[in-house]
Ligand binder design. Structure first.
Ligand SMILES: Cc1cc2nc3c(=O)[nH]c(=O)nc-3n(C[C@H](O)[C@H](O)[C@H](O)COP(=O)(O)O)c2cc1C
Length: 184
C-alpha cells in the first residue's frame, strides 16, 4: 500500500486560532500511511496579476507543496459570512497563471469552527463554490459545523468531547477514502 500526503490549509493567521487547533487534532486521527503537511499562507503577498510571470518565493513554495499533495484539507473560520481574505488570497495565488493552477484535480475536504452558532456553514459554502471552479473534487458529505463553546477544547488543545472526536474520526475516514479514490 502506498503512502499519501495531505496538505492542510488553515484559514486563520491568529496565534491561538481554534481552526489551527482543530486541524492539529484531526491530523492525529489519520492512519500511518497518511502524512499531513501544513501549507503556510501567512507569508504570501497580496495577489497581483502583474506578478504572474515572476511569482514570489512563498507562492512558488505553496504551488509546489500543493502539486506534491494527494489531497487538500481546508480548515477555516467564517469572516463576515464568507471565508477569510487570507484564504481567498492563497486560493487565487495558486490558481495562476491562467492554465497553470496547482489546485486542479486535488480532492478537497472542508471543515471549520467558529464562535458563532451557524458553525462556519456560510464560509464553507462560499469556499465550496470556489473549489468547484478550481476543479477540485470536494467531499460533499458528511458536512461538519462546529461551534467553539466554552470547554470545546481541553487545556492541552485536544477536543474535550468524546462524541465530537468520534464525529471527526468518521468525517476523516470518509475524507481519506475520498483522497485514495483520486490518487494515482
Ligand atoms: C473580521 C471577522 C469577521 C467575523 N465574522 C464571522 C461570521 O460571519 N460568522 C461567524 O460565525 N463568526 C465570525 N467571526 C468570528 C470568528 O469565527 C472567530 O473569531 C473565530 O475564532 C475565528 O477563527 P480562529 O479562532 O481560527 O481564528 C468573525 C471574526 C472576525 C475577526
Amino acid at each position: 500500500m502506498r503512502d499519501y500526503q495531505v496538505g492542510v490549509v488553515v484559514g486563520s493567521l491568529r496565534r491561538h486560532s481554534f481552526n489551527r487547533k482543530l486541524a492539529a487534532t484531526i491530523v492525529k486521527l489519520g492512519p500511518p500511511e497518511f502524512s499531513f503537511r501544513p501549507l503556510q499562507i501567512s507569508d504570501l503577498p497580496l495577489y497581483n496579476r502583474d506578478d504572474d510571470d515572476n511569482p514570489a518565493e512563498p507562492v512558488k513554495r505553496l504551488k509546489a507543496e500543493i502539486l506534491a499533495s494527494d489531497g487538500i484539507l481546508f480548515v477555516t473560520p467564517e469572516y463576515n459570512r464568507s471565508m477569510p481574505g487570507v484564504l481567498k488570497n492563497a486560493l487565487d495565488h495558486a490558481s495562476r497563471p491562467y492554465g497553470q493552477s496547482a489546485w486542479a484535480g486535488k480532492p478537497a475536504g472542508v471543515l471549520g469552527i467558529t464562535i458563532g452558532a451557524a458553525g462556519t456553514s456560510m464560509a464553507q459554502q462560499h469556499l465550496r463554490n470556489v473549489l468547484v471552479y478550481l476543479d477540485m473534487p470536494t467531499l460533499a458529505q458528511p458536512e461538519i459545523f462546529l461551534q467553539a463553546r466554552e470547554g470545546f477544547f481541553a487545556a492541552d488543545g485536544s477536543i474535550a468531547s468524546a462524541d465530537t472526536r468520534k464525529l471527526l474520526q468518521g468525517w476523516l475516514d470518509r475524507y481519506l477514502a475520498w483522497v485514495t479514490r483520486f490518487a494515482g
